[in-house]
Design a protein around this ligand. Structure first.
Ligand SMILES: [Fe+2]
Length: 225
């Protein structure tokens, strides 16, 4: 399984503090069944340093004995607007693929979603495949699942973060995530790990939403990535 959302790069954002912690995260990832990782540091005000992120990626790559890693970013929409789509979109996609992980504001309203849609079309016009990070945390999706369906109809993939299984970082993403799975809207279940313990959530979520029980029918598309 490829984990497409993970804060494993050493010393770059609020994820791994240093290389030792990155390697602990990698061990936990492997134990939970992950076979490749896209490293996706935050692109938002507090953390964004493009050159330093690539340097950290090179450092990690040199220490993983060939474990498959891709570089990527978790791109906050507001920061992308500030940086400029034309200049930055290509630089912030995943390395080796056209995927682009886009994060919205949790409390965004319908007006904001109008802006998000425009951005998605601009990215798609550049040939990028837009993946929406953790829609289960977004108030607009929590209030109306049709917001998520529309994103899928627009050609986006939805990525659910495994910590929903314990309520999620905002404490209210469990039911919205379940609903997204139930409606068949989820393409990627990812760790969004900031430390080794977060991989426990991925194991738990996979067990429930991949191998058995009433969600077993979701297996094929959730782990098609
Ligand atoms: Fe994240």
């Amino acid at each position: 399984m490829r984990d497409i959302h993970c804060h494993i790069l050493p010393g770059i954002d609020d994820g791994a503090r240093d290389l030792v912690m990155s390697l602990e995260m990698l061990r936990a990832a492997r134990e939970s069944g992950v076979t490749s990782i896209v490293c996706t540091p935050h692109v938002r005000d507090m953390f964004f340093d493009y050159k330093a992120a690539w340097k950290a990626f090179d450092l990690l790559s040199a220490n993983v004995n060939g474990f498959p890693l891709q570089m990527g970013f978790e791109v906050n929409h507001r920061k992308l607007m500030e940086l400029g789509i034309n200049e930055w979109a290509e630089k912030l996609k995943f390395s080796g693929s056209e995927e682009f992980l886009l994060e919205f504001s949790s409390n965004a309203d319908r007006h904001d979603y109008h802006e998000y849609e425009k951005t998605i079309y601009k990215l798609q016009n550049k040939g990028l495949k837009v993946i929406i990070a953790h829609p289960e945390r977004y108030r607009a999706v929590q209030e109306d699942i049709k917001v998520a369906s529309k994103l899928v109809r627009m050609g986006c993939k939805l990525q659910v973060s495994a910590d929903f299984i314990s309520g999620g970082r905002m404490g209210s993403s469990k039911e919205p995530a379940r609903r997204l799975f139930k409606e068949g809207l989820v393409s990627h279940l990812s760790s969004d790990a900031h430390n080794p313990k977060h991989y426990k959530y991925l194991s738990k979520a996979r067990e429930k939403y991949n191998t058995r029980g009433r969600h077993a029918q979701l297996r094929d598309f959730v782990f098609s990535c």
